[in-house]
Ligand binder design. Structure first.
Ligand SMILES: Cc1cc2nc3c(=O)[nH]c(=O)nc-3n(C[C@H](O)[C@H](O)[C@H](O)COP(=O)(O)OP(=O)(O)OC[C@H]3O[C@@H](n4cnc5c(N)ncnc54)[C@H](O)[C@@H]3O)c2cc1C
Length: 902
């Protein structure tokens, strides 16, 4: 029984009361038990929680606090830069004799927890830690040589055959918990600076409509899934040879070969969607495991054989276990490939392509829909994640570490170990992954996982009118079909960023490089598992900034980066006129794996060329600034412009002021147009001395001329933002939606032609690019599609949104009216409502103040028809003009990018 006076239970990602061994142990050991939560995001280094995760952290801590209060206890919440410091201070304050916590397995946490243990123990404090996160601890599952397994199958087979079952979930403590003395102060949940800025917090509000972080919601979801989802959760696998009765699945009998594969459909909720709760520990994996077991027993008793489904579902949980297993035994998996030679992949460091991917502007609808869903709700189906990440790594040849960090920033279930496992798999970095040369067949993917295009229609409304046949390949549709569907490739939806053949060629070349670095002849990692000894990879963890790493691989391959880069095919396919839209490769000043540079003030470049300064500055100020745009980044940070670094900030802060030095990962970070504009303004002025900026200004000048040709020049404001926006628009680079929001904010009180679209772009950017946020010349239309309407239209952000043809036509045509400041819509007030519903208040405001001409609903269709006729006449000429201009500006850009930079 309790022998000590005061014990601390340190909650981290185990935010529940049941099946919490640390809590139970504390209750058994001390008379006073103080539940403690320390918010110290800075110590996570480059893997600080992203926006969505911050929202979830806040709410699930709130839920935990409520649960504790219901049992008579109290959660003490503290803020610290480093947990160990917060913990030590609290121990001094309370005189606690012992600390309990549950294990985490990512490298940052493992190092920190070890430090905590050493530190506290050396001061005479008892420290105990437990497994609350896994079925089996990583050190329990080893091969005959007591080495870790390095293929999932061998690992999971061993788990299934373990001689003892996973621990049973512990029950929630009953009865009142010991009271926490009042004098131990705590921040309230609302006092904690969960977010970088208030704007960022506001931008997450929509998540409240989609997610309920309470543990009870997770349990309810699980129960619903057990009834409806699990019975058909069958994997497409032929006969299994795993017929053995195992400890993990003694209740499962196999023999249900099925091709049903219901869970693989992306357009319905066929999986549990439990990942965020699981990540935060609001639901216990052991609870899930034993509920599945129970359900299976019930089915069996009823004569229903659902063993295959149960096992397949458990296998998904197994992947999660495996991710921790690998992270524990190979802590570098978030940074480096497991297979050594895969570290020599000749990545393309193309920031433009990376941006297009992030923003769902690749021209491949399944990929784009996935990226937009991910951005909007922080989650998407595993298959979509596989397709999108595969596309990034293979088609675009972008480094998987970029993708990992991006998903880390925008997923609501962001989980470092799972994230790393996913990327290592799709990139062929694991010995049981497909070889690097493998490419998934995109057509097969969509035919299999979204055959009717429901998923794409939902997340890419701009394509919603396309017939099924072309919904996944709009580029193949005849012009009249596109016309009827309102799709203008290169304008309101991009051309494919890369042609399939070019992608294949790129992968083949890259594979050839990789092969030369392979330790033995044969393929680069084989699914047979016969491949490579992993012994050399079990090096002690080294910080990723070690410059010797990549140079040794390059030396091994005897290739200089430039030599392979030149051989790669053009990245972009041709525009409507046959001009190569972009053959440029980002003229990076720094190689991805170059040495890190640290300056005296703690800022510097990391190994991927990212500018950082966050960890020593005010929270979040510089963290996400990318690369060589040091001047812009530093200036932005000085001015506290993390605020504006979301969406619009990215476009402006990076592309505008720093060329290829952009805000990489925060991208469409849901900031309002105002903030984006602020960033734009400040960055442009503060970086005014840079050569890059001069070039940009030159570009703007060019742009002004374009505007004159359009007859709209008098509408442009003085600053660069609107112009830059237009420049992008002309280029058809498809990079805005969010970029739009910067212009929108900027143009607030002007009568800029692009105001309505831009403003709406801001709205959209804030909540997930539903209507595309705009690309190219027809952004106005897209934006209008979002902005127009009342609450009913606003509802289109909701999951269950469906609109009929009439609605779509209305949105579409009304959107057209935005051209030339005739914004045909409901009265401005309702516009404002609609936009603020999309968290685009700033944009909406701009519309009201500036260019919106409110007209009655009845006038819409009539005006639409007139407008449409005019536009039809103009369209051909307009297109030609834009495309020609795009080509001209591309040339300029190419020329500029080949100039030496500062
Ligand atoms: C590139 C990439 C990045 C990923 N990043 C993450 C991430 O940050 N966080 C995350 O939780 N998952 C990640 N996954 C894995 C997977 O996509 C999600 O776990 C899954 O989509 C969550 O949906 P669900 O809860 O409905 O899964 P279900 O199919 O219902 O599975 C139940 C649980 O099993 C676990 N799980 C399922 N599939 C996997 C998998 N392939 N790998 C690891 N665990 C799995 C999850 O905890 C999940 O909640 C990533 C996958 C890829 C390809």
């Amino acid at each position: 029984m309790a022998q000590l006076n005061v014990a601390i239970v340190w909650f981290r990602r185990d935010l529940r009361l049941y099946d919490n061994p640390a809590l139970v142990a504390a209750l058994n050991s001390a008379r006073t038990v103080i539940p403690l939560y320390i918010w110290a995001p800075e110590e996570e280094g480059q893997f600080q929680p992203g926006r969505q995760t911050r929202w979830w952290s806040k709410h699930s801590v709130m839920c935990l606090a409520q649960s504790l209060e219901q049992l008579g206890s109290r959660l003490v919440i503290r803020r610290a830069r480093e947990s160990v410091e917060g913990l030590k201070a609290f121990i001094t304050e309370t005189g606690a004799e012992t600390v309990f916590f549950n294990h985490l397995y990512d490298s940052i946490s493992m190092v920190r927890d070890q430090q905590v243990k050493d530190d506290l123990r050396s001061n005479g404090i008892l420290v105990s830690s437990f497994n609350a996160d896994l079925l089996y601890e990583p050190w329990e599952v080893l091969d005959e040589q007591q080495q870790p397994y390095t293929t999932f199958k061998s690992y999971w087979d061993r788990c299934l055959a373990m001689p003892y079952a996973p621990p049973l979930p512990l029950p929630e403590p009953t009865g009142p918990l010991p009271a926490v003395p009042e004098h131990y102060s705590s921040m309230s949940v609302h006092e904690v600076d969960w977010f970088f800025t208030r704007e960022q917090e506001a931008s997450t509000e929509a998540l409240t409509h989609r997610w309920d972080p309470a543990g009870s919601a997770a349990v309810a979801r699980l129960e619903a899934f057990l009834e409806q989802g699990l019975p058909s959760f069958e994997h497409d696998r032929a006969k299994t040879d795993r017929e053995s009765t195992t400890m993990l699945s003694p209740w499962i009998h196999f023999g249900l070969p099925s091709f049903e594969h219901d869970r693989a459909k992306t357009d319905r909720e066929s999986t549990t969607m439990l990942s965020p709760w699981i990540h935060f520990g609001s639901i216990s994996v052991r609870h899930i495991y034993y509920r599945v077991a129970q359900k299976h027993a019930e089915w069996q008793a009823a004569g229903r054989d659902k063993g295959r489904s149960c096992l397949d579902f458990l296998q998904q949980m197994g992947y999660r276990e495996y991710s921790r297993y690998l992270a524990f035994h190979f802590p570098f998996i978030t940074e480096r490939s497991m297979l050594a030679h895969l570290r020599a992949v000749p990545w393309r460091l193309d920031q433009d392509a990376f941006k297009a991917w992030r923003q769902g502007l690749t021209g491949y609808p399944l990929v784009d829909a996935g990226m937009r869903q991910l951005w909007s709700m922080g989650w998407c189906h595993n298959r979509v994640r596989v397709v999108a990440s595969h596309f990034m790594v293979k088609h675009l040849l972008l480094p998987w570490q970029w993708g990992l960090k991006h998903l880390w920033d925008c997923q609501i279930d962001a989980d470092l170990e799972c994230d790393a496992l996913g990327w290592q798999y799709v990139s062929g970095c694991l010995s049981d992954a497909h070889p690097f040369s493998y490419m998934i067949d995109m057509e097969q993917e969509w035919r299999r996982f979204d055959p009717d295009g429901h998923y794409v229609r939902r997340w890419l409304p701009v394509l919603s009118q396309l017939p099924n046949e072309f919904i996944h390949q709009p580029w193949a549709a005849p012009p009249e079909v596109l016309e009827d569907a309102g799709v203008e490739l290169g304008f309101n939806y991009p051309w494919p960023i890369i042609a399939p053949d070019a992608a294949k060629e790129g992968v083949a070349l890259a594979s050839a490089v990789v092969e030369r670095c392979a330790p033995s002849s044969g393929s680069s990692g084989s699914s047979s598992g016969t491949g490579y000894s992993l012994t050399p990879h079990k090096e002690p963890y080294r910080p990723p900034t070690d410059p010797s790493l990549m140079s040794s691989f390059l030396a091994a391959s005897q290739l200089e980066p430039s030599s392979w880069r030149d051989k790669l095919p053009p990245l972009y396919i041709h525009s409507a006129t046959g001009h190569p839209l972009s053959i440029r490769h980002s003229a990076q000043q720094r190689p991805m794996w170059g040495p890190s540079m640290q300056q005296q003030d703690g800022t510097g470049f990391d190994h991927m060329g990212r500018f950082y300064g966050l960890y020593r500055g005010r929270m979040g100020q510089q963290q996400l600034l990318l690369g060589p745009a040091a001047a812009a980044a530093a200036a932005g940070a000085k001015r506290g412009l993390r605020q504006g670094s979301g969406g619009s900030g990215e476009l402006s802060g990076g592309t505008f002021a720093g060329g290829d030095g952009e805000l990489s990962y925060s991208q469409i970070d849901s900031e309002s147009g105002d903030n984006g504009a602020a960033l734009m303004e400040d960055v442009s002025s503060s970086a005014a001395g840079s050569q890059e900026l001069r070039w940009q200004q030159q570009q703007q000048q060019q742009q002004c001329e374009v505007e004159v040709e359009d007859g709209d020049s008098e509408l442009l404001p003085g600053s660069g933002s609107g112009k830059r926006f237009k420049l992008q628009q002309q280029l058809g680079a498809g990079a805005f939606g969010v970029g739009g929001s910067s212009g929108g904010g900027r143009a607030e009180s002007s009568e800029l032609l692009v105001v309505p679209s831009v403003s709406a772009g801001g709205s959209v950017g804030a909540d997930g690019l539903l209507a595309g946020g705009g690309f190219g010349g027809r952004m106005r239309f897209n934006a209008a599609a979002v902005a127009v309407g009342d609450d009913e239209d606003a509802d289109m952000m909701d999951d269950d949104y469906e609109e009929d043809e009439e609605q779509q036509a209305r949105r579409y045509y009304a959107g057209r009216q935005m051209h030339g400041r005739r914004f045909a819509a409901r009265p401005a007030a309702s516009l404002s409502t609609a936009c603020s519903h999309f968290k685009g208040g700033a944009g909406a405001g701009a519309m009201e103040d500036g260019a919106v001409e409110s007209i009655g609903e009845d006038d819409v269709m009539q005006q639409v028809e007139q407008q449409q006729q005019q536009q039809q006449q103009q369209r051909g000429d307009e297109k030609l003009l834009l495309v020609a201009e795009a080509a001209r500006l591309q040339d300029l850009q190419l020329e500029a990018s080949s100039r030496p930079r500062q």
